[in-house]
Design a protein around this ligand. Sequence first.
Ligand code: C2E
Ligand code: CA
Ligand code: CA
Length: 763
Amino acid sequence: MSFYLIIFVSIVTAAAAVAGAALTFMRGNVDLARAENDLASGALALQERTENVLQSIESVLRDVVSRIPSACLRTGKFEGFAASQATKAILVGASSSLPQVTRIDLVNARGRIVGSSNPFPINDPIYLTGASYYQALSTDPSLVLYLGEPMKIRATGKRVFSLARTIKDTEGNFLGIIVSTIDVSQIERVLEDRPITRTLAVTFYRRDGMILAHSPKSERVLGQKIWHPNTPLQRVIAKNTPTLIRDISWIDKRERVIALHPLANYPGGIAVSRAVADLVPGRHFEARLIRFIAYLMDIAIDAASVLGLQQVRTGILRAASESYLSRHDILTKLPNRHLFSEELKRTFLGSQQSGGAFALHFLDIDRFKDINENHGHGAGDEIIQTVARRLRERLRKSDFIARIGADEFAIIQRPVRDRQQIIDLVMAAQAAMKVPCTVITTEVDVGVSIGVAIAPSDGNTPPELMRAADTALYAAKTDPDSSYRLYDASVKDSRAERRALEASLRSALENGELELFYQPILDLPTNQIWGCEALVRWRHPTKGLISPLEFIPTAEESGLIGPIGDWILDEACSTALTWDLPLKVAINLSPMQFKRRDVLASVKKALALSGLPAHRLVLEITESVKLTGEATATLERLKTLGVSIALDDFGTGYASMSYLRSFAFDKIKIDQSFVRGITDSSDSRAIIKATIGLANDLRMSTTAEGVETEEQLNALRLAGASQAQGYFIAKPMPREAIAAFIASTQGPHQNSLSEQLSSRAIA
Ligand code: C2E
Ligand code: CA
Ligand code: CA
């Protein structure tokens, strides 16, 4: 619950925090809001009318039952009563008093029809033991009323459904059923009685989602579920509260705004919906944006209903969502590093005022890289989620947990009385990992290392405290005897090692140990190579090839990224010029280059020195580049030169949406974590589809990264991605190899790439 509370509070604060921006945003959405209100009041009105119709039918059924003399409310007598001519007259009269009802039957406890409004005499006994209402009402004594599923009357071709009530004997035992058969088209007439608007759909559904009546008329949907399994619509219908949501309808495959209103006295409800595209003509982009956000906000919708909020209004969610996104990690739904720093500052201030102590725990999953390599990234993701859940369960309401890195978590334990309380939490966290994590069918042992710093004794400011916790964590990781450390002055400072790494990196640049690899990017519509991404490697004299993930952070911290970045630009531009084809070359820029370097000057120089035309250069930046006025101006100037700008690792960052709006990127690179899930995770698929749709609306192209299998490539083609990159197409390769690779895609007798891929990928 505390987790939900955190989310709830963050929605509320977020809503307030973005109020200014949201206002502008919402003002543009006045039409949409009005349309949503119309739908909601439509659902309410139709719910009342449907309720009235059902009530009038039910009261007639009750009336019939009330006319059974109590002497006849016994098994033998009831059948005699039901079969009498007098009863038939009552049934015929009752049935004809209701325009929606085609017949009323009395059924005995064994399921046999014993009386009917049907004018034809019953010759052979008819048993309704197979009917769902008989089965339900005869076996469940708590049920009094049942809505049966729609079916077709063979003789007339009419679609009907039934409303049935139990009849009890004088002792309260099940005696039989009275059942009315209702003409679906009559109910549909009720639903249709309203001004005609385009794409308006009205559905009367049973509590379990089964469609009993639908307007516009559609035979094929009757008896089907209104939702597809595992969709937001299914979840909200199950919750049975009046709600406004968005979902793609399986009936016409359109995205719709749906107002739901459950009936008050019957197990069913009314859904009124319109296609989003019609509600907001010309606001296609926003529709997609909202869909994307709504998807990501799903957890908050759940959280809100757990808290008993009856009406989840999309307006509030929309306002809150960007801020929510920017402060939470998508995988674990935990607060992210950004929110963590804010919270740490707040806690610090609080403890200064109160004089109380608190503890900062940094946790890191042991050998996470091995787990990823041995069991795959999907398994890695699952383990992160399991660890997050287990840690969260060990915390008090007042504590705070965030995911601050790929396999790193931070816990603010507050307040703390003494060291023992801190050690207790450390022990509890490690005990929580004793149970192996089950990933699909394999069990994986997961350990965490923990470093703890205590405020105020281990640090006078939040950064100092973080450094202390980091140092303690590093000591814990390198200590073979213990997996946790509390910071004290004797703990070895990991920064010493970093300084050593820095020194050797400096000489690496001077000695020419850095090298660029190139990974081809495939253009999907043409099946041709579109360009290559340059990826830096360190060819260490004794350690071999070192990954950029290991040394770029040090290069950034030490400022070495400046000269290294310039070298990468020069090297990549001049290499690209040697290729047989005028392909694009994509280069990664570090946020530190923006902060510390004149990127514009570096790029101009690289282009001038190499002679590479600007339009062949693509710069990739991630959301960690802060889009200040200055940074945006630099990007604009680069674009004016003819250089393209791509947004890398899209979907993993803090503020994807607001980021996209701040600058007109040429391209979005969809992060490999989503591509990995495209064939079997509907979440990843939804994100990819939404991202591609969004990119199309913004006239940006899309590159999907980390494509490792043919199925993924095919799925991406189907989803409409512009380009793909990944091991399935080709791994990153050295300068000579890429030149040969490009040459091999040319020429008639060569092993043409487009042929290879078309046979590989499209087969
Ligand atoms: P990135 O920009 O997202 O680069 C893509 C990474 O995914 C590369 O890792 C690439 O080798 C890897 N990759 C490509 N296809 C597949 C695949 O099918 N499956 C899997 N599992 N991985 C695939 P790499 O080369 O280790 O680079 C890692 C990161 O280091 C890059 O991520 C980028 O952020 C950074 N980086 C690399 N080169 C440079 C550079 O020259 N400058 C800067 N500033 N950063 C760089
Ligand atoms: Ca990249
Ligand atoms: Ca990337």
